[in-house]
Design a protein around this ligand. Structure first.
Ligand code: PMP
Length: 428
């Protein structure tokens, strides 16, 4: 394969694509350098346009939990394609998907399929507003819920990496209804509701924050959100686009035993195809058109090919022991990294929740709050990132993203990653 092919592809891409990428998190703004262009993927591995192989810890930002190009998912998609790509009319497979989602995530009594996580969260907050007749929404700084106007206020992920957590182009009249509080700060939530609770339609939260690196909820945080919403008649929305089917089969709500009113899903639910979903209590969901007055629609929603990929993926992850194995391998990775950093006398803190992980170059052993993440050693992260990339390990190109492990990451892949990390840490 031709050397410099990557550079050629990146410069060609920049001619007609802003920044050469179709989603800003793919640009290497958080680490410097050019993004890598990929040609194919299989299992835990990506192969770039120059033929170099990498062990992948992004997994398309979460969906590829069964590993890339899993034969059962590919076959399901191929078979669905034979019958046509889209009808814009009901199909049986949409009911299969809805039944499966309501079975796996029992807080969802009804569910609507959409085409992305953004559509799911955007509609969930509209629904919370329509249901309560209130305008204000509470979110948490550093949490990312897609790019709808009301949610691009002090957001995480690429918005944070690019230095625009509150996007230009969002009218003040929209943003003023979004209240942003500190993730994991129970008192801040209680104070805010004591003052404005009667005006608040709902709280939207990533139950495990994954868009400001990876921060689990402190004990009692999710419970306090539930209690506060109950006290004030507000809707609790768990944005499980990232955590759904990843931190446990039933998502963070199953893992932490806290039941939201509405749940948003994405990523794994489409198995790599563009899919999102939102669902929850029947009483709330009945406000959605055509049953109720809150409008939402989609030409390609419930697309049969996407449903086939999603259902095939959800089938694979229901195998007994799947999530235990995923968590075990993820923990092997974070514990191994921690040990290597300790040996190299490099200050590092690691987090792992199910198949999600994060690592922070910091001497603060406990990372619970957004501002602690921003105080980490970003320069060290960048140098570590590029050393890992050179050694064939593909991590998220920003210190504000969680990492993802798939079931295809076996001992050999974790060991190879740790060997690369040992070398990378030595260069810091
Ligand atoms: N919510 C969360 C928690 C996410 O992590 C993301 C995307 N990373 C979204 C919503 C938006 O999903 P999408 O990119 O599919 O619009």
């Amino acid at each position: 394969m031709q050397a410099n092919r990557n550079q050629q592809l990146f410069s060609a891409a920049q001619k007609h694509i802003p920044g050469g990428v179709n989603s800003p998190v793919r640009a290497f703004k958080g680490v410097g350098g050019d993004p890598v262009f990929f040609a194919s993927a299989k299992g835990a591995y990506l192969t770039d346009a120059e033929g170099k192989k990498y062990i992948d810890y992004i997994g398309s930002w979460g969906p590829m939990i069964a590993g890339h190009a899993h034969p059962e998912i590919i076959t399901a998609v191929q078979q669905a394609c034979e019958s046509g790509l889209s009808y814009g009319a009901p199909t049986a497979i949409e009911t299969d998907m809805a039944d499966l989602l309501c079975q796996l995530v029992p807080s969802m009594e009804m569910v609507r399929m959409v085409n992305s996580g953004t559509e799911a969260t955007m509609t969930a907050i509209r629904l919370a507003r329509g249901y309560t007749g209130r305008d204000k929404i509470v979110k948490f700084e550093g949490c990312y819920h897609g790019h709808a106007d009301a949610l691009l206020v002090k957001a995480g992920s690429g918005a944070l990496t690019l230095g625009t957590p509150s996007s230009a182009g969002v009218p003040t009249s929209v943003a003023e209804h979004t209240i942003t509080l500190r993730f994991n700060d129970i008192e801040a939530v209680q104070q805010c509701f004591a003052e404005l609770g009667e005006q608040i339609a709902g709280i939207i939260v990533e139950p495990v924050a994954g868009n400001m690196n990876c921060i689990p909820p402190v004990p009692g945080f999710l419970e306090a959100l539930r209690q506060t919403c109950d006290d004030y008649g507000s809707v609790l929305i768990f944005d499980e686009v990232m955590t759904g089917f990843r931190v446990a089969l039933g998502g963070a709500q199953e893992k932490y035993g806290v039941t939201p009113d509405l749940t948003t899903l994405g990523k794994i639910v489409g198995g790599g195809m563009p899919v999102g979903a939102f669902g929850g209590k029947r009483e709330v969901m009945e406000y959605i058109a055509p049953l109720g007055p809150v409008y939402q629609a989609g030409t390609l929603s419930g697309n049969p090919i996407a449903m086939a990929a999603g259902i095939a993926t959800l089938k694979l992850i229901q195998v007994s022991g799947f999530h235990e194995q995923l968590a075990k391998q993820t923990q092997r990775l974070t514990q191994g990294l921690q040990q290597l950093a300790n040996q190299a006398d490099i200050a590092l803190t690691t987090h792992q929740v199910g198949g999600m992980f994060g690592f922070f170059f910091t001497d603060t052993p406990k990372i619970e709050f957004f501002e602690q993440v921003t105080q980490c050693d970003m320069d060290r992260f960048k140098r570590f990132y590029h050393a890992m990339l050179a050694n064939g390990i593909y991590l998220a190109p920003s210190a504000y993203e969680a990492g993802f492990v798939s079931i295809a990451h076996q001992d050999a892949e974790i060991d190879a990653t740790l060997a690369a990390a040992e070398k990378a840490l030595a260069t810091l």
